[in-house]
Write a protein that binds this ligand. Sequence first.
Ligand code: SAM
Length: 329
Amino acid sequence: MLTDSYGRTATDLRVSLTDRCNLRCAYCMPAEGLDWLPKPELLTDDELVRLIALAVTRLGITEVRFTGGEPLLRRGLPGIIERVAALYPRPETSLTTNGIGLERLAGPLRAAGLDRINVSLDTLTADVFVQLARRDRLEDVLAGLAAATEAGLAPVKVNAVLMRGINDHEASALLRFCLAQGYQLRFIEQMPLDAQHGWRRDEMVTADEILALLSSEFCLTPADPAERGSAPAETFLVDGGPQTVGVIGSVTRPFCGACDRVRLTADGQLRNCLFAREENDLRGPLRAGASDDELVARWERCIAAKLPGHGINDEGFLQPARPMSAIGG
Ligand code: SAM
């Protein structure tokens, strides 16, 4: 079990499959992109699957979420999912994606054993999409969403980040769209994880503001908090339910006390928090011939050192050295 010194147990592993992305979302990276990791530094499929297998069979991980960067850019993704879904005990498998390429891949991913999917969609307006993501790909994302439902990945979850003056006027329209399509929408507060360090607290659209924006059109009632568990989203019934909307107030309503996550980067670094300032190298020992027991011990040491909170609201907070795209969101 991966239990930390505050009594939390990590059961949810987030695996970044690549730091590359085909969008340039303003809250994530600069328009010109980033220096991507050189290929030899990335874990191979076999290395990845070995580490995930240890986490599942020896350390109590019950859910494996693939992310990035953009995980659909990882060659061999269906094969990785197939091997992870074949582990015993079988972990739940999920994927967070921007949806580009999902129109083609949704069926093969489902067939490989993918259980659930989250697609990021911040706007329904083509020119706002271009302004925010610096690429003209809205139609691809919408087609990917439809393909996910078609492939049986329902209920499809949609993640949206609002940026003040760019897409915050679309909060209600996004919810209307998701309700009509049967997607479960969750708004995420913008976090200080962008590569260009442009995040400003007073520019962030807060959970309170998001709820106020939605309340102008919808009646929101908090869902039973007992059902939240370790889920980051606070869930609200929309117009009496049964459909819901989620708000993830990572900054203004932190949920670190219930955190059950651990992260593995594409280059084999283990992180006990999105905002951790330290990483634990698994790739080096793995390539140097470490035994399973040695790798398990490293993993346990990393979790034992997990801090009680992400620290964003502490004086002197420093962003992690690596951006969200490299850590895996
Ligand atoms: N490329 C995939 C995608 O777009 O979903 C997976 C990686 S992306 C880093 C995962 C999620 O993190 C997306 O929903 C994205 O909107 C969100 N995200 C990225 N940067 C963020 C930030 N600074 N604050 C809050 N959420 C962010």
